[in-house]
Design a protein. Structure first.
Lengths: 206, 261
């Protein structure tokens, strides 16, 4: 059984993520607005549409639950903003991040490149034992829409990076915590492979 | 490698049918949006834009049912424009399955809306569409002089707003991208409006999508070689099967343009 939950910050399109999860092996997908029943799910997705502070506010009551899940229990996938919130703080907002990962979120360099970074760019896979990237060829194209990037203080969690103005981590994995800077639900067949891999992780963890 | 240049087929939709107009009028019906979207995705389109061309004029909302159907069949990004006036409209469009909204008339009438959308949904969701036409001060064949005017309501109404300044304003307000259509070249199939595209491209630091005038793959190569736009939008060359998205991308790649294949 693969029962997944997508957290809704109230900010946008969860439809494509939800249909992508269903199409790629999730038996059940629920949109949730609190984490009271998180234990009933095999995996949690923090989606990638919205703004840092409003999204953090909607997650504020569940910090402890997420901390717990990151160590034991339910795997969490953060997409774009969802991943950025794992860090300690962000230049996009004033509030503290979820602090599941060490480091911060920085704006892309407007002097060097156009911001937002919108479009298809390549994955440079740096860790071949990545669970999310199992079966994904190096230099695969994935779809980005973001203005911020993560600066991680834990080098070993980076599985792949991308270059746009500078090189930055775009796939991270640490225990139960998974993140992509790009949008797998919008990245064609490669994105679907990554989603299937995450659902595979969720099934195994139970 | 670096960011790929995007090829974006555009579906102009009116009452559930894909249409393609010449100079924003003389609309001809060309087919069903869902099958077009599916076909383009399979052929390697980088994104799809879906414009409800009469929504703004007639006060109709974009056709949400069609959006849902289109969103279900594709796994690439998807922008919807036409008749989006408020936060409420935007949320409804996004919840129907769109990744971004494109606003045009509403941005001119109520610039604050751009900031509000950005704050709530993030700037990656907000595309400001600009329909631009040369406004002639003198038609003299020796020295024609003109400025670029922003037009609204599907090109039917002038605003008196100068386009380059407007592009800078929408960037400041928080737009994530500009979808730039030249009314002078739209539907002519004689090539993109390079002069306009360069002028806007130089004025802003957000991605610009070129639109209006594409009649062949050579026009797409030309716009990528001679301007610094991130993306080219085209409708008729794909609708009427003069070219496939695949064949255009292969042609661009053979000519040294970085595209996703």
């Amino acid at each position: 059984m693969s029962k997944l939950a997508i957290f809704d910050y109230g900010a946008g399109n969860l439809f494509s993520l939800e249909s992508s999860m269903r199409k790629n092996g999730a038996k059940q997908v629920s949109i949730i607005r609190d984490m009271d029943t998180l234990d009933e799910f095999d995996g949690l997705v923090l989606p990638g549409v919205g703004n840092f502070d409003p999204a953090i506010i909607s997650l504020e009551p569940f910090r402890r639950t997420l901390e717990k899940a990151s160590v034991t229990g339910t795997p969490i996938l953060g997409i774009c903003l969802g991943m950025e919130m794992f860090l300690e703080r962000s230049e996009e907002g004033k509030l503290n991040g979820l602090k599941l990962l060490k480091g911060y979120v920085k704006m892309l360099d407007k002097k060097k490149v156009k911001v937002p970074h919108i479009g298809w760019n390549n994955l440079n896979i740096t860790n071949s034992s990545s669970k999310l990237l199992s079966g994904v060829p190096n230099e695969s194209w994935v779809y980005f829409v973001h203005s911020y990037r993560i600066v991680s203080q834990e080098k070993e969690i980076t599985m792949a990076s991308t270059e746009y103005g500078t090189k930055f981590p775009v796939v991270i994995e640490k225990g139960n915590v998974f993140g992509t800077q790009f949008h797998p639900e919008k990245s064609g067949a490669i994105g679907e492979k990554i989603i299937r891999n995450f659902i595979g992780v969720c099934i195994k963890s139970k | 490698m670096t960011l790929a240049k995007r090829i974006i087929p555009c579906l102009d939709v009116d009452a559930g049918n894909v249409v393609k107009g010449v100079h924003f009028s003389d609309v001809r019906i060309a087919g069903d949006p869902v099958s077009f979207a599916k076909k383009y995705t399979h052929e390697g389109a980088d994104e799809i834009v879906f414009l409800d061309i009469n929504a703004s004029h007639e006060g109709r909302e974009a056709l949400k049912t069609v959006i849902k159907e289109v969103a279900r069949v594709i796994n690439i990004p998807f922008t919807v424009g036409g008749g989006i006036r408020s936060l409420h409209d935007t949320r409804e469009i996004l919840l129907s399955g769109a990744d971004k909204v494109s606003i045009n008339t509403a941005a001119v009438k109520n610039p604050e809306l751009v900031s509000q959308l950005m704050n709530l949904f993030g700037k990656q969701c907000v595309v400001v569409a600009m329909d631009v036409k040369r406004h002639y001060i003198s038609h003299s064949t020796e020295k024609a002089s003109y400025w670029f005017e922003v037009r609204i309501f599907g090109g039917r109404e002038g605003t008196g707003i100068e386009a380059i300044g407007w592009a800078k304003s929408v960037e400041k307000l928080g737009a994530g991208e500009i979808l730039l259509t030249s009314i002078d070249t739209d539907g002519t199939e004689n090539g993109y409006d390079l002069e306009l595209i360069r002028a806007i491209g130089r004025a802003v630091r957000i991605p610009v999508i070129a639109s209006g005038g594409c009649g062949s793959q050579e026009h797409i190569l030309e716009v990528f070689r001679r301007t610094d736009v991130e993306a080219a939008l085209a409708a008729s060359i794909f609708h009427y099967e003069k070219a496939t998205v695949n064949s255009v991308k292969q042609y661009l790649k053979d000519n040294g343009i970085n595209v996703r294949i």
